[in-house]
Ligand binder design. Structure first.
Ligand code: GDP
Length: 264
């Protein structure tokens, strides 16, 4: 029994370091636990108290194409393998966010994408919008720094971001197009406030040895309106897609799966 357990342990460890990994981030209450249990067991449940990161191994649903296996036959043994992934939950609680963010910077992980889940019905409230926008701002800034501080010209592999607008079953929820506009507007304000703070404290862009790459604020030098498109300058593609995990008529997470398939 023991060798078998050791074997399973090693296999699991290896699987965890090599499988394409998607990080699930977002404010608490967004629906991360519900989504994870839905994908894991087929029904959403609220069981674990979001205290520790939790990974689950998944395989793309048969209806969703994976870009890398587009030309492979389903009978090819590599076909099934190319559709496997890990989804890693991270605590949304403010004080525990460093777990989530430290994973982004660790290069040992095969991170293929970030799923930033948010409660689209919380965005009409200014505190709900601010919480989501601040968290997303910090994630994007980290990705920008990861890109600009790369030592080689090739840089680290780009990590795309899906803003998954959840709870679209609720009529108070903002549709994805409005989620995008609201977040961009809120991030513009956050960026302006932070840039002003940096200037006032004397660590602005000019101060850092004249190296513009060292800039500490998000997107095009921090002037004017922020748009997710500006992130493409540092190889980060941000997309907003809607869905719901716990609607009255079940779940609709196909748009998110579609995005995951595009990254595989
Ligand atoms: P977490 O803090 O991100 O892990 O969020 P939870 O999974 O604990 O969900 C927070 C609350 O939102 C729970 O009461 C869920 O029942 C509810 N919830 C999650 N997804 C949906 C959804 O798609 N629609 C609706 N109406 N409620 C949802």
């Amino acid at each position: 029994v023991l060798p078998l357990l050791v074997h399973q342990y090693l296999y699991k460890r290896q699987a965890q370091t090599t499988l394409p990994t998607f990080l699930l981030l977002g404010p608490s209450g967004a629906g991360k636990t519900s989504l994870l249990t839905l994908l894991d067991r087929g029904t959403p449940a609220l069981t674990h108290p979001s205290q520790t990161p939790l990974s689950i191994a998944l395989s793309l649903p048969p209806s969703i194409p994976a870009s890398s296996s587009r030309y492979r036959s389903p009978t090819d043994p590599s076909y099934a393998r190319s559709r496997c992934l890990l989804l890693t939950d991270t605590p949304g609680h403010g004080k525990l966010r460093h777990f989530a963010l430290s994973r982004l910077t660790s290069s040992s992980q095969n991170i293929r994408g970030i799923i930033f889940l948010l409660d689209a019905a919380a965005l009409p409230s200014s505190s709900g919008l601010l919480e989501a926008a601040e968290y997303l701002h910090d994630v994007l800034l980290l990705l920008q720094k990861r890109h600009t501080s790369a030592k080689t010209s090739k840089g680290p592999k780009a990590i795309p971001v899906l803003v998954a607008a959840n709870k679209l079953d609720l009529f108070t929820a903002l549709p994805p197009a409005l989620v995008k506009i609201s977040l961009e507007k809120a991030i513009t304000e956050i960026r302006a406030t932070r840039a002003k703070g940096l200037k006032d404290s004397g660590v602005g862009v000019e101060e850092v040895d004249g190296i513009e790459e060292e800039r500490e604020w998000l997107g095009d030098g921090g002037e004017g309106a922020f748009e997710f498109k500006q992130m493409e300058e540092c190889d980060v593609v941000v997309e907003v897609r809607g869905g719901y995990v716990m609607g009255a008529e079940g779940a609709d997470v196909d748009a998110w799966w579609g995005w995951v398939g595009e990254q595989l």
